[in-house]
Design a protein around this ligand. Structure first.
Ligand code: SF4
Length: 127
C-alpha cells in the first residue's frame, strides 16, 4: 500500500508551480489589459486624426428652436465649404471652439459650426 505523505520537498515544489502559474496568469491578464489600454489610446489618436482632418460633424441641431433651425437652413449652412477660400474659420462671424470642443460657433447661425463649414452669409475677416 502506498502511503501518501506530504514532505517538505513536495510542498515546496507544489508551491513553486502554483506561484509560477499565478505569475504567468497575471502576466497574461496584464497583457490583455495593456491591449485594451492601447485600444483606448488608439481611439484618442483617432479622435485627434479626425480633428486634424476635419472629419467630424457639427450638425447636431437638437438644442435649437425652430427659428434658429430655419435660419441655419435658409443660409444653407454645410459642414464642408464648397469654396476652400471661404471656410467658417476664415469668416468674421465665426467663434472659436471652447472647452476642447471640435465645433465652434457663429454670431449669425446658431448651433455647432464646423471650422471648415460654410454658409451664404460668409464674410471675410477684417484685414
Ligand atoms: S456666417 Fe456662415 S460662413 Fe460665417 S461662420 Fe457663420 S456659418 Fe460660417
Amino acid at each position: 500500500m502506498m502511503k501518501s505523505e506530504i514532505t517538505r520537498r513536495n510542498f515546496l515544489e507544489k508551491t513553486a508551480y502554483t506561484a509560477a502559474a499565478t505569475l504567468t496568469l497575471g502576466y497574461l491578464l496584464a497583457g490583455c489589459k495593456s491591449e485594451g489600454d492601447a485600444g483606448a489610446t488608439k481611439g484618442a489618436g483617432d479622435t485627434k486624426k479626425q480633428a486634424a482632418s476635419g472629419d467630424f460633424s457639427c450638425n447636431d441641431v437638437s438644442g435649437l428652436n425652430d427659428a434658429d433651425k430655419a435660419t441655419r437652413e435658409s443660409l444653407k449652412y454645410v459642414d464642408k465649404t464648397p469654396d476652400p477660400a471661404k471656410p467658417c474659420d476664415g469668416c468674421a462671424l465665426y467663434t472659436q471652439p471652447t472647452g476642447g470642443a471640435q465645433c465652434g460657433g457663429c454670431t449669425v447661425v446658431k448651433g455647432p459650426i464646423h471650422p471648415k463649414g460654410y454658409c451664404t452669409a460668409w464674410a471675410p475677416k477684417p484685414a
